[in-house]
Design a protein around this ligand. Structure first.
Ligand code: PMP
Length: 349
């Protein structure tokens, strides 16, 4: 089935909103089309104007840094927006389902529920790997419209085997979404435009919120077939990324070397923080990670969580997640923050 025919019928036939400026093209001088105020009240150049609805400057910057062709990219208000858009393009409420691999990023299920889309679960193995046979069997039985694979996975931190991911994407007759929010910390696991060219039902999500340190700007982007990318543009809000955020994204993406240096620093800090924590009494195990966070299994996670909170330190309690009993998820912070965390843990434990 072509990727177009996997889309909801109303979305296949959608007559999208178009801004006058997009239709008018190049060479414009005087903007009297969008009912804006002609003069800004605050000191931010161009803030009185709607931003470029096609996010072209962000897509061009993404192309130059990641080599993702700009017509295969859609930029979102965070990758969360893109997850929601994919659900709305492919899943008919109260009819369709998605497949997820718990424990994983909770927004896939929450956004599915908000869209009244059923969630099928394929639990990860105890070592946090995917059970390929079970995944393929659930896909055959339930025919989910979207399969979400998060690699490196949140909250477990591990990359999944590339062959397992690509086999699922090949065997799944619908769309497979590989969320690579943390892959900048493990570039060997990054899927590429060639992977997407080889399978038009494969979609890759990335974000500038993690390694690129722009969580506040809300920029995510998606690499997909041109057909899916262009449909995302038709479905998203016309002006989904604010002008200041588009500017910050272009600026951040012009500093690739700085970012790579920061990534190396974070990976080195992760190693040393994991070693220091693993030596503490009350720590059962520190789980390996390919991301900028890791899980620690404590003998008494509830007590550690509240004692850290009492000292003004917040971590993420993942102890209720499958195979994560007693686990807190810790983000690698600055060297000073890591020192403070270790000092607090020494006191508590
Ligand atoms: N995917 C994963 C796996 C995440 O952990 C997060 C944020 N925690 C997101 C997507 C959303 O990122 P954003 O919307 O900031 O791009």
């Amino acid at each position: 089935m072509s990727v177009r025919h996997l889309m909801r019928e109303n979305i296949q036939n959608l007559e999208p909103y178009r801004c006058a400026r997009d239709e008018a093209g190049e060479g414009l001088r005087i903007y009297l089309d969008a009912n804006e105020n002609y003069a800004p009240l605050v000191d931010c150049d161009g803030i009185n104007r709607y931003p470029d609805s096609s996010n072209l400057c962000v897509r061009r910057a993404v192309e130059s840094v990641f080599g993702f062709p700009s017509d295969m990219v859609c930029a979102g208000n965070g990758s969360d927006e893109l997850i929601d858009i994919l659900l709305r393009i492919f899943c008919t409420p109260a009819v369709d389902s998605i497949l997820v691999f718990p424990p994983t990023y909770g927004e896939y299920s929450v956004l599915a529920s908000i869209n009244d889309v059923r969630v099928i679960e394929c639990p990860l193995e105890k070592d946090f790997s995917i059970n390929l046979d079970q995944a393929l069997s659930l896909i055959r039985t339930h025919r989910p419209k979207l399969v979400f694979i998060c690699s490196p996975n949140n909250p477990t931190g591990n990359l999944f085997d590339r062959d397992v991911i690509l086999t699922i994407a090949r065997e799944n007759p619908a769309v497979t979404v590989v969320d690579q929010a943390y892959v900048d910390f493990a570039p060997q696991g990054a899927l590429t435009p060639a992977d997407v060219e080889a399978n038009e039902r494969l979609v890759i999500l990335r974000t500038l919120s993690k390694a690129w340190a722009l969580a506040g700007a809300r920029i995510g982007f998606m690499l997909s077939s041109r057909e899916i990318a262009s449909k995302c543009y038709d479905v998203k809000y016309p002006y989904n990324i604010p002008l200041p955020s588009q500017r910050e994204a272009v600026l951040a993406l012009s500093g690739r070397e700085d970012c790579e240096m920061r990534i190396r620093t974070i990976i080195a800090s992760r190693k040393s923080l994991m070693e220091r924590i693993s030596r503490l009494a009350g720590v059962v195990e520190v789980l390996d990670s390919d991301a900028n966070f890791f899980l620690v299994r404590f003998r008494n996670a509830g007590m550690v969580y509240s004692e850290l909170k009492r000292r003004g330190i917040v971590v993420r309690d993942r102890s209720s997640n499958l195979h994560c009993e007693g686990c807190l998820r810790i983000t690698v912070g600055s060297p000073q923050e890591c020192d403070e965390l270790v000092r607090a843990l020494e006191e508590i434990l």
